[in-house]
Design a protein around this ligand. Structure first.
Ligand code: SF4
Length: 128
């Protein structure tokens, strides 16, 4: 068996799908650091062996050549790579502004905050 840093080159790993709020449990077959197969995690207490078609195709998204692997922001109309520190600082600043503006009536849950962060992260692309 080939091994890289003690991890078999081909192995199943448990993870979860992040495409929607359900967070279904997945098991992914990883081969040479790439997902080659996806199946539902039957031991996951939340999703109980359920996975939808989008989750089954998650390798397509994971390894898509157009997928962003680092944060980007616009400066003078041009996209440029941002450090994670700068991106997170911008996100926190914008999230703080949003919370300040819409504080009343919000019941805040961590999962919603992740979606807001994603939205704000995408919003960074229109930042000048
Ligand atoms: S597998 Fe489908 S239902 Fe489950 S989290 Fe992913 S997108 Fe949502």
């Amino acid at each position: 068996m080939h091994k890289e840093k003690g991890i078999p080159m081909t192995h199943w790993e448990k993870t979860s799908c992040g495409l929607c709020l359900q967070c279904c449990g997945l098991e992914v077959l990883v081969e040479n650091n790439r997902i080659v197969k996806v199946r539902p995690d039957k031991d996951n207490p939340r999703s109980r062996a359920y996975v939808c078609r989008k989750g089954l195709k998650i390798a397509h998204l994971q390894h898509n050549s157009q997928r962003l692997n680092y944060p980007m922001g616009k400066k003078n109309g041009q996209l440029e790579r941002l450090t994670w520190d700068r991106a997170l600082t911008e996100i926190c600043s914008r999230l703080g502004d949003i919370l300040e503006k819409h504080r009343t009536g919000w019941s805040f849950c961590p999962r919603v905050s992740v979606w807001i962060l994603k939205d704000r992260l995408l919003g960074l692309t229109s930042m000048n």
